[in-house]
Design a protein around this ligand. Structure first.
Ligand code: BGC
Length: 576
């Protein structure tokens, strides 16, 4: 009975372009003078009976001058039909490619990219092992260069193993568009250099428009900001069919049954861009589909919080299949790190929600050809307002023999803040089968709760409610409120590895962007009017019929909301 946070088979048309999936072949490399090579085998397009592929070979060893021979074995019935940038031959499953003469010399670090069109039926597995002049290409974890000899990266190098924590030792991409809006606000320059999430919230966001850059535009700018050093780019993948099933403010462009479009027009084009070797040195963090899977746990029949649209999305399986597809596609790209949205403590922190959520996430991560290994971690509190740490009470306190859990505010929740929730969720996910290395992110963009209303000590020990209400820094009317919350401030600034199990504090929701309009605003973005964004609204079962606590005069979700930005500056905690 609890609240929300904020919170097919694709038609295999002949010639349909699938994502390019780069497969790094990586093992140790030997000393400098020894031979060595790295291969990325990329399927550039695929249709039911055929495919095209590019095989990018980097010579990591001594210069090769007398020509080269590359070979591999197909695991299925693939047959090379026509090749380029090399002379192709095939006997049985074994393919041999010799240089084309003009590209027979390969200096140390030099790259050559033979490609071919082939036929196949059934699955089209990528070959696992390649040899160059008889040496198995094991890749390298030492700094390598891909396209330009001047771009050197530290570990993990392009094609190297994923970093355990991608934020460790890395800068994070500052979105120049958000930064400009922040700078234009009085006092905003103080935070304009903070990294924020790039929301790919519709198909058109991939290409961009005349006024906002597309994904390549962001990644090119990210390369510039990286200047050869490790840099994380944070992308929000947010366009599932039937999006935002328990609310209206962020309903999206794809209808409940449009999973094929989600795959072909949204995920595949993004994956193609992310797999471009040009971007191999960036660490791309993908935040996967805010609110979707949690909604399938809490906002479905027979819960009193069920919505018809969430029942539809549970029944048709398109959230689960869509998330699995995104994880599989992005997880195959060596420098992409998937983090699944895990709601927040005021949503999944109850016993009957936590375990089922971790189990559902595992189910999704094993769907659509994905495996649990495609999940690098989870993110808590995205675009929400839950306090990071409640300093003046813990869930273990009691007043006059009454546990804090019996208070109206906590209402039997197992957690009272996002840090304790995130750390516990991580353990739950590992119990559900996820790798022990998974890490958590916490969105601290708007959970600061500073300013004059912030308590300076515990509440009175008269009743448990007085104790909790007097001491809690989260000043929302109800924990289930999520839209443009009055009184909120900026939270902890983005930071790598701040606490055990936490990969980073991040600002995924860009401060100043609305959660939803406070009244009906006609639009072409598919966004509805959710009364939780109307300050006059008296609530629904998901916030136990409390006032919404929303700021007035808010624009559509994602649009700039100056008054909110100003309030976030004013109530920042830590203060600016
Ligand atoms: C909106 C998106 C927007 C994002 C970030 C979401 O609530 O639906 O359109 O990009 O917030 O502000």
């Amino acid at each position: 009975m609890r609240f929300r946070g904020k919170g097919v088979s694709a038609p295999s048309a002949v010639g349909a372009v699938l994502a390019m999936v780069a497969v790094p072949v990586v093992l140790g490399s030997s000393a400098e003078a020894a031979p060595g090579c790295k291969v990325e085998y990329t399927i550039t397009n695929q249709w039911d009976t055929g495919f095209g592929a590019t095989v990018t070979v980097t010579n990591l060893g001594d210069p090769i001058s007398g020509g080269w021979t590359l070979s591999w074995d197909f695991s299925g019935n693939q047959q090379v039909q026509q090749g380029w940038n090399g002379t192709f031959g095939q006997q049985g499953t074994r393919v041999t490619v010799r240089d084309a003469g003009w590209n027979g010399s390969l200096g140390t670090g030099a790259t050559v990219s033979p490609g071919f069109n082939g036929s196949h039926s059934g699955t089209n597995e990528k070959p696992a092992v390649f040899t160059l002049n008889g040496t198995t290409c094991t890749g390298s974890t030492v700094p390598t260069t891909t396209t330009s000899p001047t771009t050197t990266t530290t570990t993990p190098g392009p094609g190297g193993p994923k970093a355990d924590n991608p934020y460790a030792g890395a800068a994070v991409y500052v979105n120049p568009e958000w930064s400009a809006k922040a700078t234009a606000e009085p006092g905003g320059a103080r935070i304009a250099n903070q990294p924020t999430g790039v929301w790919l919230d519709r198909i058109a966001a991939i290409e961009g428009t005349s006024t906002s850059r597309g994904l390549r535009g962001h990644l090119d700018e990210a390369l510039r900001q990286a200047a050869g050093k490790p840099l994380v780019v944070q992308l929000v993948i947010y366009n599932l069919p039937g999006r935002d099933c328990a609310a209206l403010a962020s309903n999206g462009e794809l209808k409940a049954d449009e999973l094929p479009r989600y795959r072909a027009e949204y995920i595949d084009p993004i994956a193609t861009i992310l797999a471009d070797p040009k971007y191999a040195a960036l660490r791309v963090v993908t935040v996967i589909e805010i609110d979707s899977l949690p909604n399938l746990v809490t906002n479905v029949t027979p819960r009193p919080t069920a919505t018809p649209q969430c029942d539809v999305m549970k029944a048709n399986g398109n959230y689960v299949a869509g998330v699995g597809y995104a994880l599989a596609k992005f997880g195959a790209i060596p420098n992409v790190y998937n983090y699944i949205d895990a709601g927040h403590h005021g949503w999944l922190g109850w016993d009957d929600n936590l375990g089922p959520s971790a189990a559902l996430f595992a189910q999704a991560a094993k769907s659509s050809g994905s495996t649990l290994a495609n999940v690098h971690g989870f993110i808590a509190n995205t675009a929400n307002y839950g306090a990071l740490k409640e300093p003046y009470f813990t869930v273990n306190d009691s007043v006059g023999g009454a546990s804090v859990r019996t208070s109206k505010w906590v209402d039997w929740n197992r957690y009272v803040d996002e840090l304790s929730y995130a750390q516990a969720f991580r353990q739950e996910a590992i119990r559900a089968g996820f790798p022990a290395e998974v890490g958590m992110l916490i969105d601290t963009s708007r959970n600061g709760w500073g300013g004059t209303a912030r308590p300076s000590g515990p509440g009175p020990s008269t009743t448990v409610d007085a104790y909790v209400n007097g001491g809690r820094t989260d000043r929302r009317i109800h924990l289930g409120n999520w839209c443009n919350q009055a009184g909120a401030g900026l939270g902890e600034r983005p930071k790598a590895a701040p606490e055990a199990g936490i990969d980073a504090y991040v600002w995924i929701k860009p401060p100043g962007e609305s959660d939803g309009a406070s009244k009906e605003i006609p639009n072409t973005e598919g966004k509805g009017f959710d009364r939780m964004c109307d300050p006059a609204y008296t609530g629904n079962p998901r916030n136990q019929n409390n006032m919404s606590g929303a700021l007035p005069d808010a624009p559509l979700s994602g649009h700039w909301f100056s008054a909110q930005f100003q309030e976030l500056l004013k109530n920042a905690y830590p203060a600016l």
